[in-house]
Design a protein around this ligand. Structure first.
Ligand code: BGC
Length: 762
C-alpha cells in the first residue's frame, strides 16, 4: 500500500495528547524534515497540484462532478483538496484513487461548509451567539464535527467570525454579531468544538476560520465591497476573533473576498504574511475564498492570471479555492520569477502538514466509516442537543403585562404568518446536509402541543399579495390570542443577501397592522438572520420573541418558550436599530466631543429625527422572571500595569417565581487615555441559572492586558489611570459601577478582546 510508504516519510508521531495549538505552532523538527523529504521528491506540477482545491460537486448536488476526467486529475496529482463532497463510501473511493493510483499517493483533503450543523442543523450562528454561552457554540461544533467526519469530511469552512455592525450585510447571520469580545469567545469555542484536542482523531475536523480580514466592514453593508478601517479598529475589533481562534489552535483560515484599505485581502502580503504569519506566529493552512485569487484581476491589482497567482502566493495564500489560477498559471509566474519557488515549497509544506495533523498519512481512510456514518448522523442525542441549543438562543425582546408565557388551557390560538409553516427557512442559508423534512415547524409543534389552533398564512416575505390578510384577521377575531410569525425567510440573509432596508419584507407590516387592529392579545415571533427595524411592531404588540432561524428543532423550542417550559435567557449579539438610517450601529462607539443628548436644542452627535438609542440594545434580553444585582466590588483598588489582576464580584438574585437564566455582563471604559476610547467595551459575561429566590455570587478576573489599547505608535499599551468597570443585564441596563486604577505603563501582546476573562459562579 502506497500510504505505508508515505508513512515512512511522514511519521505522524505527534503525541495524541498534544494540543492542536501546539501542533500548529511547534512542529517538531523530525515531522518537518519528513515533509521536506516528501517535497523533495515532488515535481513542480505535483507541488502545484497540492495547492489546488476543486469542486467535487455543487453545494446542492454533492459529488456530482467526480467523473472519469476528474479522477484522472487526481491520478496525475493535480488536486490537493475537494469541496462540496460528502459520504463515507464515496469519499473512501476518491481517497483510494489518490492514495493508490497517484505517483506519490498523497491523500486528499475533503471539505464543506459545515457552519451550523451537518445533518442535524442547529440555530444559525447569530442565534447561537444570542445564547451568550460559549458552551453552546462548542457543543454544536463538536456534534457537527462528529457527523461531518463520519461522512468522510476533514475540514469545515467555519467558524465565520466576521464582526458585523451593519445588518444590511446579509452575512451577519453567519457570525456572532457586532462585538469583538463575544465574537472571540464564540470563535474560540467553535474551534475547540470542531478540532477537539486531537485533530488526528477520527471524529474531529479542521476548522477553517473565515473570512480573514475585515469582510464584515464592507462599505454600505454591500457584500464583497471594500472596507476602509483604521488600524486601531482593525486590531481591536475586526481581527480580535481571528486572534482568539488562533489562540484556540485554528489550523486553517480563509481569506476575505474584499479589499481592506485599498488592498484586496487575498493578495495582501502585509496583512497575511507579515501580520498573520510573522507577527502572530501562525503557521496553518491559508485558503482563498471562492475564486478570490482570480478576482485579484477584477479588483484591479493583477493584470493577468499569472500576476494574480504571484500576488496570492507572495501573500502566503496556500490553497486556491476552485479558481484554478494556481493550477493553470502559477507555473508561468514561477518561471518568470524563480524567487517564488521557496514560497511554493512553504505553501506545499503547510498543506501537507495539515494532512499530517489530521492523521491522513497514518491512515488516509480513517474518516470513511459507513457504519459510523449511519449511527451518528441525526441521532436522537444530536436532535436533543439541537432542541436545547435552540431554546438557549431565543431572546425575549418585549413582554408587556407578562402576556408571556401563555397559559396552558382551552384558549383558541390564531397562528398567523407563512414563516410559521416554512420548514426550509429554519435551516438558514448554509445547511450542509440539512433537510426540510427534518424540521419541526412552529405550526407543527403548536398544533401538536395545543389542539385549539387555527393557522392562516396571511402573507409571506416574498410577495406583495394581500388577498389572504382578511382570512388571517377572521382567524384572529375568532380566537383568544394571536401568535404572529414575522420576519425574513432563509433567503433574505446570507452571502450576497445585502439589503438597503431593514424593514419587514413584503406586506408583513400590513398584516401586522391588520392583526393589531383586532385588539386581541398579540405575540410576535420574529424570525430571520439579521436585526430588523421593527418600531411599529415594538410599539403595538404585547410581546416579541426573537427566534432567528433555529434549525430542526425550531418549532418545539418556540412552543416550549411560548408556554413557559423554557424561560428565555438569550441576549442580543447585535443592536436592533429603529430605522435603517441608524446603521452602522454598535454599542461601543466613541464618546464624541458632543455626546448625543436628547435635547434637540443642543448641537450633539445624534439624528434630528430619531431617538439616540437603538430600538433594542446590544445585550438586551428579558426573562419570565426578574433579577436584581447587588453592588459590585473589586478585590483591590489598584493593579500594576505589568502582570496585574483584578477581580470584580457581585451577587445576582432571582426575585421572581420561576427559575431562569441571566447573563451577567461586564463592561469597561477607559475615561482618559492617549486616544479616545469607546463608551463601553464588553470584557466578560456569564450566563447563570437561578432558582426562584436564589442568589449566586458571580466574579470576573481581568488581567491588566485586557485594558490595553492600540496606541498611536502601533503597539498594545496599558496606560496608567482609572478604568471604569460596569456590570449589568444589557449594555443599556447597567446595574453597578466600580473602578480600578492602573499603576505604571505596560505592554500587551494581543487584542484585549481576544483574551478570555475568567469567571466563577458560587
Ligand atoms: C463563501 C465562503 C464559503 C465558500 C465555499 C464562498 O462563496 O464566501 O464563505 O466557504 O464559498 O462554499
Amino acid at each position: 500500500m502506497k500510504h505505508a510508504i508515505l508513512k515512512a516519510f511522514v511519521t505522524g508521531t505527534v503525541a495524541l495528547a498534544t494540543p492542536v495549538s501546539a501542533m500548529a505552532q511547534n512542529d517538531s523538527a523530525s515531522q518537518s524534515a519528513d515533509i521536506d523529504a516528501l517535497i523533495a521528491r515532488m515535481t513542480l506540477d505535483e507541488k502545484i497540484g497540492q495547492l489546488v482545491q476543486r469542486m467535487g460537486g455543487r453545494s446542492k448536488s454533492l459529488n456530482s462532478r467526480l467523473g472519469p476526467e476528474e479522477l484522472d486529475k487526481v491520478r496525475r496529482g493535480e488536486v490537493g483538496s475537494y469541496l462540496h463532497v460528502a459520504g463515507a463510501d464515496a469519499l473512501r473511493e476518491l481517497q483510494r484513487v489518490a492514495v493508490e493510483e497517484s505517483r506519490l499517493g498523497i491523500p486528499l483533503l475533503f471539505s464543506m461548509d459545515v457552519v451550523h450543523g451537518y445533518r442535524t442543523i442547529f440555530p444559525v450562528p447569530l442565534a447561537m451567539a444570542a445564547s451568550w454561552d460559549p458552551e453552546v457554540a462548542e457543543r454544536h461544533a463538536r456534534i457537527a464535527a462528529t457527523e461531518a467526519s463520519a461522512a468522510g469530511l476533514h475540514w469545515t469552512f467555519a467558524p465565520m467570525v466576521d464582526i458585523a455592525r451593519d445588518p444590511r450585510w446579509g452575512r451577519i447571520v453567519e457570525g456572532a454579531g457586532e462585538d469583538a469580545y463575544l465574537g472571540s469567545r464564540m470563535a474560540a469555542a467553535q474551534v475547540l468544538g470542531f478540532q477537539g484536542t486531537d485533530l488526528s482523531a477520527a471524529d474531529t475536523i479542521m476548522a477553517g476560520t473565515k473570512h480573514f480580514g475585515a469582510y464584515g466592514a464592507a462599505e454600505g453593508g454591500r457584500d464583497y465591497a471594500g472596507a476602509e478601517v483604521s488600524e486601531r479598529a482593525m486590531r481591536e475589533t475586526y481581527l480580535a476573533p481571528f486572534r482568539a481562534a488562533a489562540e484556540a489552535g485554528s489550523a486553517s483560515y480563509m481569506t476575505a473576498f474584499n479589499a481592506l484599505n485599498g488592498v484586496p485581502t487575498t493578495g495582501n502580503e502585509d496583512l497575511l504574511r507579515t501580520m498573520l504569519r510573522e507577527e502572530w506566529g501562525w503557521n496553518g493552512l491559508l485558503l482563498s475564498d471562492w475564486r478570490a485569487v482570480e478576482e485579484l484581476m477584477a479588483h484591479g491589482v493583477a493584470g493577468t492570471r499569472s500576476d494574480a497567482a504571484r500576488l496570492a502566493l507572495e501573500a502566503s495564500v496556500d490553497m486556491d479555492m476552485v479558481a484554478d489560477v494556481y493550477a493553470g498559471d502559477l507555473k508561468e509566474a514561477i518561471k518568470g520569477d524563480p524567487a517564488l519557488l521557496p514560497l511554493l515549497d512553504q505553501a506545499v509544506h503547510r498543506i501537507l502538514d495539515a494532512k499530517r495533523k489530521l492523521g491522513l498519512f497514518v491512515d488516509p481512510y480513517k474518516y470513511h466509516d459507513a457504519a459510523r456514518e449511519a449511527e451518528v448522523i441525526l441521532s436522537s442525542d444530536h436532535r436533543a442537543a439541537a432542541r436545547d441549543i435552540a431554546e438557549r438562543s431565543i431572546v425575549l425582546l418585549k413582554n408587556d403585562g407578562d402576556v408571556l408565557p401563555l397559559a396552558e388551557g382551552a384558549q383558541k390560538i390564531a397562528l398567523v404568518g407563512a414563516l410559521a409553516d416554512d420548514a426550509l427557512s429554519q435551516l438558514g442559508s448554509w445547511r450542509a446536509q440539512g433537510r426540510a423534512e427534518d424540521v419541526v415547524t412552529l405550526r407543527a409543534a403548536l398544533e401538536a402541543a395545543h389542539h385549539n389552533v387555527v393557522f392562516a398564512p396571511g402573507t409571506d416575505a416574498r410577495t406583495d399579495d394581500v388577498t389572504d390578510i382578511p382570512e388571517a384577521v377572521a382567524a384572529a377575531e375568532s380566537s383568544d390570542l394571536i401568535v404572529l410569525a414575522l420576519g425574513e425567510d432563509y433567503d433574505w440573509s446570507g452571502e450576497a443577501r445585502s439589503r438597503s432596508s431593514l424593514e419587514l419584507p413584503g406586506r408583513q407590516l400590513a398584516l401586522f397592522e391588520a392583526l393589531a387592529a383586532t385588539g386581541k392579545p398579540l405575540v410576535v415571533v420574529l424570525m430571520g438572520g439579521r436585526p430588523l427595524a421593527i418600531p411599529e411592531v415594538a410599539e403595538k404588540t404585547d410581546a416579541v420573541l426573537e427566534t432567528w432561524l433555529l434549525g430542526i428543532e425550531s418549532g418545539p423550542a418556540i412552543v416550549d418558550t411560548l408556554f413557559g417550559d423554557n424561560n428565555p435567557g438569550g441576549k442580543l449579539p447585535a443592536s436592533f436599530p429603529r430605522t435603517t438610517g441608524q446603521v452602522p450601529v454598535s454599542y461601543d462607539h466613541l464618546p464624541s466631543g458632543r455626546p448625543a443628548d436628547p435635547d434637540l436644542s443642543k448641537d450633539t452627535a445624534r439624528y434630528m429625527d430619531q431617538p439616540i438609542t437603538p430600538l433594542y440594545a446590544f445585550g438586551h434580553g428579558l426573562s419570565y422572571t426578574r433579577f436584581s444585582f447587588g453592588e459590585p466590588s473589586v478585590d483591590r483598588s489598584s493593579i500594576p500595569a505589568n502582570g496585574g489582576e483584578v477581580t470584580i464580584a457581585l451577587d445576582v438574585t432571582n426575585d421572581g417565581a420561576r427559575a431562569g437564566d441571566e447573563v451577567v455582563q461586564l463592561y469597561m471604559r477607559d475615561p482618559v487615555a492617549s486616544v479616545s476610547r469607546p463608551v463601553q467595551q464588553l470584557r466578560g459575561f456569564r450566563r447563570v441559572t437561578l432558582q426562584p429566590g436564589e442568589t449566586k455570587r458571580v466574579s470576573f478576573t481581568l488581567s491588566a492586558d485586557q485594558f490595553a489599547l492600540w496606541s498611536r505608535e502601533g503597539e498594545w499599551v496599558i496606560e496608567p489611570g482609572e478604568i471604569e468597570l460596569m456590570v449589568g443585564s444589557a449594555s443599556d441596563d447597567i446595574r453597578g459601577r466600580v473602578s480600578v486604577t492602573i499603576d505604571g505603563t505596560g505592554r500587551g501582546s494581543i487584542a484585549p478582546a481576544a483574551i478570555p476573562t475568567r469567571s466563577k459562579v458560587q
